[in-house]
Design a protein around this ligand. Structure first.
Ligand code: HEC
Ligand code: HEC
Length: 330
């Protein structure tokens, strides 16, 4: 009798594990077919795409090697050809998630139009889906260092401009192997991608506050300048833009500033102070690498006065709140 019950239990466990495995292997990540779309390379679109990819969205900063001997680590040519891979020996720099080394091998990939090693053979629809919905052209999940979960807010017109920009980059042959991510992250991140279920419209550019908020999301000010749970990176409710999430650069811990109009935050800064800071820090002066920063000053410094001004005006509408620093997890 007992034996039968035990056998029954064992069979149930085996079925559950097999079911979960089948689900993760064959049903995830959730996805829809890429859109059947052709992005025309008009001069306006190419200019907008260049501005977004180089100065706002940080595509170029992530997808190129960086010169860490200069403040802000400006990108080094060849632009868009990807970066040296992270592996199990690479100390993690950036958002503090309690992981000392990268759990596997990950390469920031070549996004130039080289047909063999870059995105030359991808369709426009496949690129748009990768950027906003987090699956590659084979339907595999993208590791969420690629911030597709933020870019899903990018409007249809803006994402097409970015695609036009990539198509127009000089093709570079640069092999960046596919990733290998350790269990369980390999499975957990398959749960993240989520298809969009309709068009994404841009805020009316004449509504400066709405446009400032849009920029603060897609330029990831909100992501880096809000405290988050160290594991899920979910924002702590009610504390958006108050800063306080630790960033690590070697032994150094940096806390992004409180961007609300609290006296310890932007409250004591005029719009001129705000603009000046960007122009000053964006000059890429020589600096010892250990005193560098993880904020993309060089990219943002070339944002227009109107766009930086819209960001400032939007931050000034936030409720002033103090920063609560999150402890570093090791
Ligand atoms: C914070 C770093 C970061 C930023 C910013 C970033 N990416 Fe990525 N991107 C990555 C990483 C890492 C991968 C590789 C993910 C993987 O292999 O699963 C990737 C993958 C991709 C891929 C898939 C390429 C392939 O061969 O599978 C495309 C396309 C892409 N990024 C385009 C962009 C564009 C366009 C932008 C700006 C709108 C951008 N990325 C911004 C880190 C970044
Ligand atoms: C990749 C993460 C990241 C992103 C994206 C980011 N920041 Fe930061 N920010 C930081 C860190 C880290 C610091 C603290 C180190 C420093 O001052 O460079 C900082 C500092 C600042 C400061 C304070 C400078 C000073 O002199 O004290 C301002 C202002 C600021 N960020 C505004 C912004 C705005 C506006 C955006 C969006 C356009 C933005 N940040 C996007 C990480 C980020």
């Amino acid at each position: 009798m007992l034996k039968k019950i035990l056998l029954g239990l064992l069979a149930t466990v085996v079925i559950l594990v097999a079911g979960a495995w089948l689900y993760f292997e064959f049903m995830l990540p959730r996805q829809r077919p890429p859109a059947d779309i052709h992005v025309e390379l008009t001069p306006e679109r190419l200019e907008r795409g260049r501005y977004l990819a180089e100065n706002v969205l940080q595509c170029v900063d992530c997808h190129s090697e960086r010169d860490w001997t200069l403040y802000g680590g400006p990108p080094k040519p060849p632009i868009g050809a990807g970066r040296k891979c992270m592996d199990r020996h690479t100390p993690t720099a950036g958002v503090n998630v309690g992981q000392e080394r990268f759990p596997g091998v990950l390469c920031i990939r070549n996004i130039t139009p080289d047909p063999e090693t870059g995105i030359g053979n991808w369709t426009d629809g496949e690129l748009i889906r990768a950027i906003r919905e987090g699956v590659d052209r084979n339907g595999d999940y993208l590791f969420p260092i690629m911030p597709y979960f933020i870019y899903r807010k990018l409007s249809d017109e803006d994402v097409q401009a970015v695609v036009a920009y990539m198509r127009n980059l000089p093709p570079v042959r640069s092999v960046r192997p596919r990733k290998q991510v350790d269990f369980p992250l390999d499975y957990i991140f398959r749960l993240w991608p989520e298809p969009l279920d309709g068009p994404v419209s841009a805020p009316d550019p004449s509504d400066r506050l709405a446009y400032g908020e849009y920029l603060s999301v897609v330029a990831r000010c909100r992501f880096c300048h809000s405290p988050r749970s160290p594991r899920s990176l979910e924002e702590i409710p009610g504390r958006a833009y108050t800063g306080g999430m630790p960033f690590l650069l070697g032994p150094r811990v940096m806390y992004p500033m409180n961007l609300t109009p609290h006296p310890e935050g932007l409250g004591s800064w005029s719009k001129e102070d705000f603009l000046k800071r960007f122009r000053l820090y964006g000059q890429a002066k020589p600096v010892p690498p250990e005193e560098n920063t993880l904020m993309n000053w060089n990219a943002f410094a070339r944002m227009t006065d109107e766009d930086l001004g819209a960001l400032y005006d939007f931050f000034m509408t936030l409720e002033p709140r103090p920063m609560v620093r999150r402890e570093v997890v090791r």
